[in-house]
Write a protein that binds this ligand. Sequence first.
Ligand code: ZN
Length: 186
Amino acid sequence: MSTLYKSVFVLLVMCGSIIASEQIDTLRDMYRDEGLKVPDRNHFTNGYSSKYFSSWEIGNRDNTDFTWYLANGAFWWSMDNIREAVGGQIVLNSTYRNPFHNNDEGGEDDSLHQYGNAADARKFNGVKWSEMNDAQKQKIRDHIQEAEITLKAEYGDAYFLDIDESDSRYLHIELMNYCDYPDNYS
Ligand SMILES: [Zn+2]
């Protein structure tokens, strides 16, 4: 490599890390501004993907101005287990939201979407949640319960998957008690 190329390469790497640190600072300021527990710098990731869900689905689909986001591995491991039980693609509506975006979306102030610990699922194996009959919905709930049994076996009894069906367009799934975010979350 010529000296010129080497210098350009070093410069690019330096710029990359400056941008990363600015992004993480900006994101952390949002938590501070909203009175939420501020995640540690090293909790942010820019490339986490799970077996079935891409880093874009997990971290960037709702967080388009940033490459950095939070992703709780235990939650996404559970989502992979649900995906396997369902036997087909799960289409997600919403995943990680930074606190400002969460406000814009009208999310709960302490929403676990802000901590990489929740997802809204719109479609399971080709069928929309909003168009499922009771039996189909019950099957999905059963799959989530199976995944929860696996989760508890792996991570302990305190951790469980919670679902919220209040919006008929999608099923909100979150992992309770695994992470300590936000502080007052019980
Ligand atoms: Zn949600």
